[in-house]
Ligand binder design. Structure first.
Ligand code: C5P
Length: 217
């Protein structure tokens, strides 16, 4: 059983995916963290994110150590998020990360885990198009910026609300451009995708709504 969860930044998809996986005892893969790990390697090695060849080399080096433990908190800054959305535009980087993501549900199965929840941008379309349950989690951009601002504050990361909103709009535009170029719109939101707008929902409401969809399958 694969549950594919896609959606824009700070839509609530990550928290939902983690919670569903815990509740169902499924494996959980935050695919954004893979792009963030490439981004962090690029930043740490002072590589220009637009230097495609150098970024691809950094991604190739990362593939060899993807299974090793890493410091997740180092991935959560907005700088890493922005850089992730730049390196994610390089098709070779995406190709390098595809196999790991596709293997994840199989590896869970081999460990006796019955299912997997993957969250990202292209899970229901590219990574696991055969997933029986596909959720698209979204929210108004102002609400998403508000949430991200709160989250940054809770981590003592300084940023003003307008700065966070501006970065969110910039990242949305970059991610959307890539989706427009590589995916025909009907594949992005197909008839089999459940769209949940979380703008006016609490995390509990989102979770209960999603769980109902999952259990009805
Ligand atoms: O979801 P998160 O904000 O951690 O993702 C960081 C960036 O990685 C996104 O802005 C997006 O550009 C990229 N990404 C992607 N495909 C995925 C997951 C993330 O392109 N499946």
């Amino acid at each position: 059983m694969i549950i594919a969860i896609d959606g824009p930044a700070a839509s609530g998809k990550g928290s939902l995916a983690r919670r569903l996986a815990e509740h169902l005892n499924y494996g959980f893969l935050d695919t954004g963290s893979l792009y963030r790990r490439v981004a962090l390697a690029v930043l740490e090695q002072n590589i220009d994110p637009k230097d495609t060849n150098a970024v691809i080399e950094a991604a190739q080096n990362l593939i060899a150590v993807l299974d090793q433990p890493y410091d997740d908190s180092a991935l959560r800054s907005d700088n890493v998020g922005q850089t992730a959305s730049i390196v994610a535009q390089i098709q070779e980087v995406r190709d390098l990360l595809i196999q790991y993501q596709r293997d994840f549900p199989l590896q869970a199965l081999q460990k006796g885990i019955k299912g997997a929840v993957l969250d990202g941008r292209d899970i229901g379309t590219v990574i696991c198009p055969e997933a029986p349950i596909k959720l698209f989690i979204t929210a108004e951009v102002e609400k998403r910026a508000q949430r991200r601002h709160k989250e940054l504050q809770s981590r003592d990361i300084q940023a003003t609300k307008p700065e966070v909103l501006a970065e969110m709009l910039e990242r949305d535009a970059r991610d959307q451009k890539r989706l427009d170029e590589h995916l025909a719109p009907p594949r992005v939101i197909g008839h089999d995708v459940h769209i949940i707008d979380t703008s006016d929902m609490t995390p509990d409401e989102v979770f209960n709504h999603a769980l109902k969809i999952v259990t009805s399958h």
